[in-house]
Write a new protein. Structure first.
Length: 334
């Protein structure tokens, strides 16, 4: 059986077993490669991702970039040790001008994308779809705690690039991320088209802090010819980066390849230990009571302007649920 947590002390007598051949969707699988001081998480998404994307019937390029954002959010949000929220949000000048993924620990996620269909073109990659702007990652620990937010500039690169930049500048933990999203087409009586996604996050966390030292960030105003600070990368981290660099998109989204087998394929020579999978589900936090409270927070004039054909209709941007209220229920004065 998998261990319960990567933070537990593992007995030297922990049994070794063959990797499970049974694929598990909608879960995050924590793992570690002790010989290389590596820890990581592997996300596999199937029905949950398909549920989020098909509710909006996004064009394929938009679904793909939102799927990448969802995978990245699960890789980062699943590390929370408390029942808070991890929110990933982009605001950019590209055809997909706004993305938001809301992960509520331990397992709920919802997401939404805003885009200009007229600006979508064939062959646009993630960088072209997002354009320039910023990516914000927010950790919300609850109403009685302050929020933490990290910002990363988006300059036409991928979400993988943005994640690497975030960890370099904010966390200063050697990190590599892989993200993949695809559409599955199968015959049979069930749905023929389904969205799938996968991702892997790998971090170098040696017990000796000096082994994780990294070169100082470029000051931006150093004179020409100035010698910049450099630190040779640890051999274990060089090997870890080489291994994750061999992962192909099809391996991350293959419905017939289990996460355990993929990890064994990568790290079997060094030995890899997996832990209890963390389940994921697509579930919006909206409700009729929550929408009613939101309406009552608006100014009376704004509420009155929302009345159309004798009723107030509110549609949730995340899950497309529709809530109808009479003017009286919405707090509109007669």
């Amino acid at each position: 059986m998998p261990d319960q947590s990567p933070d537990m002390k593992i007995s030297l007598e922990t049994p070794i077993r063959a990797p499970s051949a049974v694929p598990v969707d909608d879960a995050v699988l924590p793992f570690e490669v002790d010989a290389l001081d590596l820890r990581g998480r592997l996300t596999r998404l199937g029905p949950a991702l398909d549920d989020v994307l098909t509710k909006h019937d996004y064009p394929p390029p938009v679904g793909k970039v939102l799927g990448e954002a969802i995978v990245l959010t699960t890789l980062l949000g699943s590390s929370l040790k408390f029942e808070g929220r991890f929110i990933l949000q982009t605001q950019t000048d590209g055809p997909v001008s706004f993305l938001i993924v809301d992960f509520q620990a331990p397992d709920r996620l919802r997401a939404y994308a805003r885009f200009d269909a007229k600006r979508l073109k064939d062959g646009q990659d993630t960088g072209a779809l997002l354009g320039k702007g910023h990516l914000a990652m927010t950790i919300d620990q609850g109403p009685d705690m302050s929020r933490y937010q990290g910002l990363v500039s988006l300059e036409g690169g991928s979400l993988e690039d943005a994640a690497h930049e975030y960890f370099l500048r904010s966390e200063q933990i050697p990190t590599r991320v892989r993200l993949a999203v695809g559409e599955e087409w199968r015959g049979g009586d069930g749905p023929r088209h389904r969205w799938r996604a996968g991702g892997m996050l790998l971090q170098f966390l040696p017990k000796a802090p000096e082994r994780a030292r990294r070169a100082d960030l470029h000051p931006g105003d150093a004179p020409d010819g100035a010698v910049t600070h450099s630190v040779a990368e640890d051999d274990a981290w060089v090997e870890g980066q080489s291994l994750i660099g061999t992962v192909e998109d099809v391996e991350l989204i293959d419905p017939d390849l289990s996460g355990e087998r993929l990890l064994y394929r990568l790290f079997h020579e060094r030995g890899v230990r997996v832990f209890q999978p963390l389940p994921l589900r697509a579930q919006c936090s909206c409700s009729r009571d929550a929408v009613s409270s939101m309406l009552k927070s608006f100014a009376a004039k704004d509420r009155a302007e929302m009345v159309k054909d004798g009723k107030v209709v509110v549609t949730c941007e995340f899950c497309s649920s529709v809530y109808q209220f009479t003017p009286h229920e919405a707090g509109v004065e007669e």
